[in-house]
Design a binder for this molecule. Structure first.
Ligand SMILES: Nc1ncnc2c1ncn2[C@@H]1O[C@H](COP(=O)(O)OP(=O)(O)OP(=O)(O)O)[C@@H](O)[C@H]1O
Ligand SMILES: [Mg+2]
Length: 270
């Protein structure tokens, strides 16, 4: 299988994964689910897209099936294939087929990376038909009311070399994600890393300053994920500056000048 597939069983209301909304995304996703409309999440790395999907799957009481798409992801990977089991050929559902059968929330991460034949599979699922056709078994499968498709796509952030065709992207509602505002990000970093609020605020301020350093021409700037990693190192007893150079400066760049600028900023800030 050329894509990673993970399955999270439906969580109960008491065990919702922590997600701090930064806009009306929760309501929009609930309404999209109810209206059977597929959803596209756009935004830079580490800003909460995957966490949001985990939270929404639990909130909607749906199993979450995630496929991390890459340039080898094919229609067969998504729909399924015949496997040889003890001399017999046995049909094996792929993640999309399983999600349609069970009414799961299907998350196709980095959809634009997948091969064209895989993206075509999605077309019939994302319009009024809401169905897939398994040509190997001759089966037409219609998605039930609970099934929902969510995809992520990061075009403007240079992660993805591929663009989605208008005929694909116009099948989705789109919610733009970005780094949270200062107070929200402090709460997220403190909650997720276990540091005190004052330390979380210092980390977030470092993050916000680095994000303003546009002259560093970083592919993508410092994510909430990296700030949380720095917080975790500090909570584990690593001195703050070392934690920040390890968790923030190093992962952001290999260029000496950029590293020097980020390190200097860290040193005056923590
Ligand atoms: N609004 C939020 N509420 C709670 N946690 C958040 C939020 N935003 C970010 N996080 C935290 O940041 C981490 C990184 O977010 P996540 O993995 O969801 O990013 P992503 O947008 O899916 O990134 P990528 O594009 O690289 O897959 C999460 O594990 C979570 O700890
Ligand atoms: Mg993600």
């Amino acid at each position: 299988m050329s894509s990673t597939v993970t399955v999270n069983p439906a969580a109960t209301e008491t065990a919702l994964p922590f997600y701090l909304p930064t806009g009306r995304e929760v309501e929009l996703c609930e309404k999209a689910h109810r209206s059977q409309l597929p959803l596209m999440l756009k935004g830079p790395t580490g800003c909460g897209k995957t966490r949001f999907v985990e939270h929404m799957a639990a909130r909607l009481g749906r199993e979450l099936i995630t496929v991390s798409c890459n340039e080898d992801t094919s229609a067969t990977d998504l729909l399924g294939r015949h496997l040889l089991v003890g001399g017999d050929t046995v049909w094996n559902d792929g993640p999309v087929t399983r999600a349609v059968r069970s009414g799961a929330l299907l998350y196709l991460d980095e959809i634009a990376e997948a091969r064209a034949d895989a993206i075509v599979v999605i077309h019939s699922l994302t319009d009024h038909r809401r169905e897939i056709f398994l040509d190997r078994t001759g089966e037409h499968l219609r998605a039930g009311d609970d099934f929902m498709l969510v995809v992520s796509y990061n075009p403007g952030y240079q992660r993805s070399l591929r663009e989605l065709k208008p005929s694909t992207r116009q099948r989705f509602l789109a919610i733009a994600f970005d780094y949270p505002g200062e107070d929200d990000e402090v709460r997220i970093v403190a909650t997720e890393s276990g540091t005190d609020e004052a330390t979380a605020r210092k980390l977030v301020r470092i993050g916000r300053k680095i994000r303003q350093l546009t002259e560093l021409s970083l592919m993508e700037s410092v994510s909430t994920r990296l700030l949380i990693a720095a917080g975790k190192l500090i909570a584990a007893g690593i001195p703050p500056r070392l934690a920040c150079t390890t968790a923030i400066a190093g992962p952001l760049s290999d260029e000496e000048e950029a590293l020097a600028a980020i390190t200097q900023l860290i040193e005056i800030s923590i």
